[in-house]
Design a protein around this ligand. Structure first.
Ligand SMILES: [Zn+2]
Length: 378
């Protein structure tokens, strides 16, 4: 029951990650079920789209409906009707991205006001472990301190120190049966601090490792450069998780640099704003050029949107803010990314990942001139 790398192509890897609720083929894109649901999508549909693992948010589930209630009802899998693998984050990213709610960060933990009711709350490594144990996720993440991109170096260094301290404590806590725990390295793109964080976190013996504190506002070339040298510093025999990337180019770029897992709310959020990710680039269906467009979003796509509906109809639904339209675009965007990732996995197995990536980028470049690129995720 350990992670195995089944093929290597350049720095890119294909692998299999066994969990208590099934195997995850990697590279794996993880759709985000923030509040115990991938918004609007039935678990059966997620299966059919090709999702092998979902992500749940500790922060939100802790406040609503609470981990004790979920545990009483059989854990998160039973509660949300998904019997496949689930990764839960630690809540740290939410707390630190809702920066204005933080009242105090110390070595014990972080104190903040809940976005739900404004009440003071505190998250510690012990509590992050306890919540994720009660949720019963297959993979639990360590609580880390994620400083903003423009933080002073001394504070970044302090966040690296504290992230290690918290990881040491969380690692000693009780786990759910079969639960894997991943450590997270911080340090932005600062080479010394990122290396130090990776050394300290990987020395603790986690089941997998994540690069945190990237894709938080630094420019894309810097993010990719950091990933290129940082990913190989993570143990090769454990899964490597890039937290927070979900645009097609970014996915191919991090896979190319040796990353095995990634997640982002962006593709589903984008779908709910009426934008489709396609082999012609990003299509904003509100654009008037789709009024009489009888084609599906993507020729050859097998998703429920493309199997039956035209761009013109989807445009109409989006413009009328119809639930079906937003749902269909969500399904299509998920299918697109899951298929792109599965294709990348096959290409790595076949030793042709570089050609696969080049072909994918060329296909969109040949698409509609005004939307000829998958714009980068924010
Ligand atoms: Zn589709």
């Amino acid at each position: 029951m350990t992670f195995s790398v089944t093929a290597i192509d350049g720095a890119a890897r294909a692998g299999l990650l066994p969990t208590a609720h099934g195997e995850v083929p990697t590279p794996a894109f993880m759709p985000v079920g923030t509040k115990g649901t991938v918004k609007g999508v039935h678990p059966e549909q997620l299966r059919e789209l090709g999702a092998s693992i979902l992500l749940g948010n500790t922060y939100h589930l802790h406040f609503r409906p609470g981990e004790d209630l979920i545990a009483e009802l059989g854990g998160l899998h039973a509660f949300m009707g998904w019997d496949g693998p689930i990764l839960t984050d630690s809540g740290g990213y939410q707390v630190f991205s809702l920066r204005h709610t933080i009242t105090r960060v110390d070595d014990g933990g972080v104190t903040f006001r809940s976005v739900y009711d404004g009440e003071l709350a505190r998250l510690t490594p012990e509590l992050a472990a306890e919540i994720q144990r009660k949720l019963g996720s297959d993979i639990a993440m360590c609580l880390d301190q994620v400083p903003p991109i423009d933080v002073a170096r001394a504070q970044l260094e302090d966040a690296v120190r504290r992230t290690t301290l918290w990881a040491e404590r969380q690692r000693r806590q009780e786990r759910a049966p079969g639960q894997l725990v991943f450590g997270i390295a911080q340090g932005h793109s600062d080479e010394e601090l990122r290396r130090r964080s990776i050394e300290e976190i990987t020395a603790l013996g986690f089941d997998g490792h994540a690069l945190g504190g990237l894709a938080i506002g630094e420019d894309r070339p810097q993010m990719l450069e950091t990933t290129a040298w940082a990913a190989p510093l993570l143990p090769a025999d454990k899964p490597r998780y890039f937290m927070g990337i979900g645009d097609p180019e970014g996915i191919l770029d991090v896979i190319e640099r040796g990353i095995d897992m990634f997640d982002c709310v962006w593709p589903t959020r984008l779908g709910r704003t009426g934008t489709a990710l396609t082999w012609e680039g990003r299509l904003n269906l509100k654009n008037a050029r789709f009024v009489r467009d009888a084609r599906p979003l993507d020729e050859g796509c097998t998703c429920p949107a493309c199997a039956r509906f035209s761009r013109a109809y989807l445009r109409h639904l989006v413009n009328q803010n119809e639930l079906l339209g937003l749902l269909l675009l969500t399904l299509h965007n998920l299918r697109f990314l899951l298929e792109l990732t599965a294709g990348a996995r096959q290409a790595i197995e076949d030793g042709r990942f570089a050609a696969y990536r080049a072909d994918a980028l060329a296909r969109i470049a040949a698409g509609a001139p005004e939307e000829a690129s998958w714009a980068q995720a924010p």
